[in-house]
Every structure is written in C-alpha cells, then in structure tokens.
Ligand binder design. Sequence first.
Ligand SMILES: NC(=O)c1ccc[n+]([C@@H]2O[C@H](COP(=O)([O-])OP(=O)(O)OC[C@H]3O[C@@H](n4cnc5c(N)ncnc54)[C@H](OP(=O)(O)O)[C@@H]3O)[C@@H](O)[C@H]2O)c1
Length: 256
Amino acid sequence: MRPIDVSTRVWTRLLDLRTEGGSEGAPEWTEAEKAAFDLYAPLASRNGGYVTVAQIGQSLDGRIATVTGDARDVSGPDGLAHLHRMRALVDAVVIGVRTALHDLPRMTVRLCEGPNPARVVIDPKGRLPDDAPLLQSQEVRRIVVQAVDRPRPNGVEVIRLPDQNGALCARAILAALHDANLQTIMVEGGGITIANFLDAGLLERLHVAIAPLLIGGGPQSLTLPNPVRRLSDAMRPDAQIYGLGSDIVFDCDLRA
Ligand SMILES: NC(=O)c1ccc[n+]([C@@H]2O[C@H](COP(=O)([O-])OP(=O)(O)OC[C@H]3O[C@@H](n4cnc5c(N)ncnc54)[C@H](OP(=O)(O)O)[C@@H]3O)[C@@H](O)[C@H]2O)c1
C-alpha cells in the first residue's frame, strides 16, 4: 500500500494538469507525494481523451449506507477529502435520482481547493423536484438526463433519451455528456448507477474507498445485473492500493 501526501505543490500541479497538460510529477517529491500524483493524475489530465471513473465509499462489510439510508459518514474524513479532490479534478459528477432524493447532495468542492464540477442527475421518470438543492446554483452547469417530457427550472439543461424497458442506455448517457463538452466524468453513486456504467464496460477506473466501520445491513456497494457464478469468471482488475489516512482506496484500472 502506498500512503499519499497531497501537499500543496502536488495539488497545485494536479490542478494545473487540467489546463496545461503534461503527465509528470517532480523528481524531488517524496514517495508519498508521488503516490498522490499517481492516484489523481488520470482524472486531472486532459491529454488521454475521455475518462469515466466511478468512486464508491463503503464500510468493511461492503455497505454504502445504513438500513435507513444514512450514508453521510460512511467514509472517514480522509475518504471524504478524497471524494472532494476527485470532484475538483473532473468536468462533471453523475448521480442517480435515488441519491439525489435521499441525500440532497450539494455536489460541491468544499474540502480542498478547486472548481466545482457540472452536476448530472439521471432521473428517467422526472422525480427530482425543482427545488432540489443541487439544481439551485447558477454558477455551475446542472444537467438532468430523463426519458419524460418534463420542464426543468431555467438554466437546467435537459438530456432527453428513450426509455428502454425502464432503463436508459448508459452508453447513450455517456455519449450525450461527451457531446455536451464534458470530457472527464465521475459517477459518484449510488450503487445502481455505478453498476449500470460498470456492467456496460464504460468505466476506465473504479475507486473503492473503504472505511474501517461495520454497518451490518443496508445497501450493498455494487450489485451487477448479471453476476458471475464462478470466481474464476470474476472481474480482477489491476488495482493499486493507496493509504488516504482514515480510509484506504483501491484504484482499479478497468481499461483491460
Ligand atoms: N457511500 C457512497 O459512496 C454513496 C454514494 C452515493 C449514494 N449512496 C447511497 O446510496 C443509496 C442510493 O443508491 P441506489 O443505488 O439505491 O440508487 P442511485 O444509484 O442513487 O439511483 C438509482 C436510480 O437512478 C435512476 N437511474 C440511474 N441510472 C439509470 C439508468 N441507466 N437507466 C435508468 N434509470 C437510471 C433510476 O431512477 P428511477 O428509480 O426513477 O427509475 C434508478 O432507480 C442512498 O442510500 C445513498 O445515500 C452512497
């Protein structure tokens, strides 16, 4: 496991990567600073084309919330800082409507320096109310992906896609976001939404952040629509393990 140190000089370099390009750290950095750069550079760089990454914060027993849906502090403080760093580096953050309705997330960057990403909610049936907090800010792009004719508040962009037996095609969602000029995208949850992108083979990376707590019940981290029957058929991505402090993260490379 590689412990990370997101020092000011590393974070500045990562934010610069978004605009200036390049892919190198600096030789004088410590091993922990180099590890931090390796963890975040694939999200920050705009050199390699489109990148779609998912991040899920889970307990030791693989839960992402309690039985009542309380998910606020599944991740420890360093796991939360990790999530905010990812938000600051990508162009857009995508969530499913169940997370939008339950958590009322702000989807802003508060635990590090950096810009707020565009916010995308997948809401096929048009369930998200107009006064949802994440639709309010005029300073960032707000996008709803839906299958129904439903007007949204002024300034909120709508991507209308066909309903295919109750589902929206994840590939079509991603293509529409690319057409909307969003190159690097983080799918932030919940489990259903991430699983849709994972099952369609659309994720380049998956960050599984694990916090040392046991919840005992509640929604599972990831459940695929077509799970394998034999372990020999399981996905076994190349994974680097990073020590965030309070939490650890498995950075899985799914490109193969
Ligand atoms: N620990 C974490 O990292 C984390 C992160 C986020 C959320 N959470 C927790 O996770 C729970 C919610 O997650 P969840 O998995 O139940 O739901 P979710 O992924 O937030 O939302 C799923 C819903 O989004 C819509 N949706 C997403 N992708 C779609 C697609 N390709 N086609 C059609 N519809 C699509 C559907 O809406 P309809 O139902 O309207 O059809 C679907 O039921 C909450 O308890 C939340 O607190 C935890």
